[in-house]
Design a protein around this ligand. Sequence first.
Ligand SMILES: [Zn+2]
Length: 483
Amino acid sequence: MKIQEVFDLYVKSDKKQSSLKAHKGKIIKYISFIGNQDVESGLDEGLLRKYIIEDEKFQPKGKYDALLNFYNFYYVEVLNVSKREVPFFPIDSKELESLESKEKRKPTYYVKGFNFNCLFEDRHYEHLNNHGAALAVKASLALALSAGYDSGEMFPTNREHESAMKMNDIFIEEDYIKVRNFSSQSTVPFIIIQGKNAEYIKEYYKLRESYPIKKKWQQSLFIANTWRTNELNFDSKIAQNGIYIPHDLVSYMLKYISLKEGHPNPLITDLRANMVLHSLYNTKGSALQDIIELYGFPPYVKQAFEKYCMTTARDKEPIFSVLSFDSIQSEDNNNVNEKKKVESRINVIDSLVRDSVKVKKLKEVYNNSCQICGEQITFINEISYSEVHHIQPFNKQHNGIDDKSNMIVLCPNHHQIFDMGIIAIDPENPQRILHVDSKNPLHQKILFASKHKLSSTHVRYHYENIFLTLRNRLLEISEQGIH
Ligand SMILES: [Zn+2]
């Protein structure tokens, strides 16, 4: 029996036309893809796999559902096999799930050189017929593009909006705006926004302050309904879209503008990934350090960086200026190697970021004060400075780990002498300092501050391998001096 004949039966059999409507097109495409051959060979694993998984037009779930339905029809309705005895469909749905989630996580990117200012052009907003609505959208886009806010941070997803951005997360200054940094991977508390983006936020802020917000649950939020829903109903398309809350309006506007600008895939959730990618393009990669400082290395930064590496690999541009990765230099230029290079770059950056965030968080716990003397070194503008020492040194020779149980926050002075082994933490009492000179006032002094637990293994390692080694050598030397 030919596959086309089975398909004709399938079309006739569907009384309600329900599943057929959704699947028909995909099955027709499959048949034209494989040709009209015997149904047995036409439903074999290799062909199904090619069409569902390896085909360029990547919508595996839809194709899978359509062909699974057709497959079951063939066995149950045509061959009269009982439902229980239908052989397993040759493609595992779990394999599909992992493909789906991979596909979903890939953001949509605007082309290199794209001018984001077009998202703010008045001509796109005219049809809204509402100034307050236009300002709210522009402020939201400006926050996403300059401070890396995503929709979950700007708009409450439901009425439990404790974590969403509030009026008091924003500070309006004369030349700039300060907004709270929502990134959990960063210890930079505020982000400074300047230029046009700041103007859009400022303009909306002014309106927002004086606009009476009717809905109680929106009253403390920054992005709220600065329009009445019925005011937007002049446009039937808007009414059709049911725009009742800011999130819906912003999504709608992004779709609308993307289409007007000739981009079929709207950037609804991808604005900040685009912001990261385009700042890498504009600075030839040297913005990476600032980006990581502000946002850490979450998936959207990682993906944008990956995209940047892939698109610039052939240009031979320097990827970034300061970090260097000796281990991944390679002259090979084929695609697999490029991919591997990108992956290893990402891994290296990932671990660098994790480390620096750990260190920063620990410094925050001690407010940048030395755990031994309590000193806090302050520069101008209330910027303070401290150093973090790995008790069992974090290098190949000593093999210490990068964990806070192996870290101590010190001033530069005490860092130096701890490093040398002149002082140590007492392994018998991790609150106590030991000094190689038992007459020194630091000897057996209790730590000024100790707010995190130290690992006894690391403390003992430093004591035995660094502190005692130095003390024994010093004793030898002083004995030689006596003789
Ligand atoms: Zn100190």
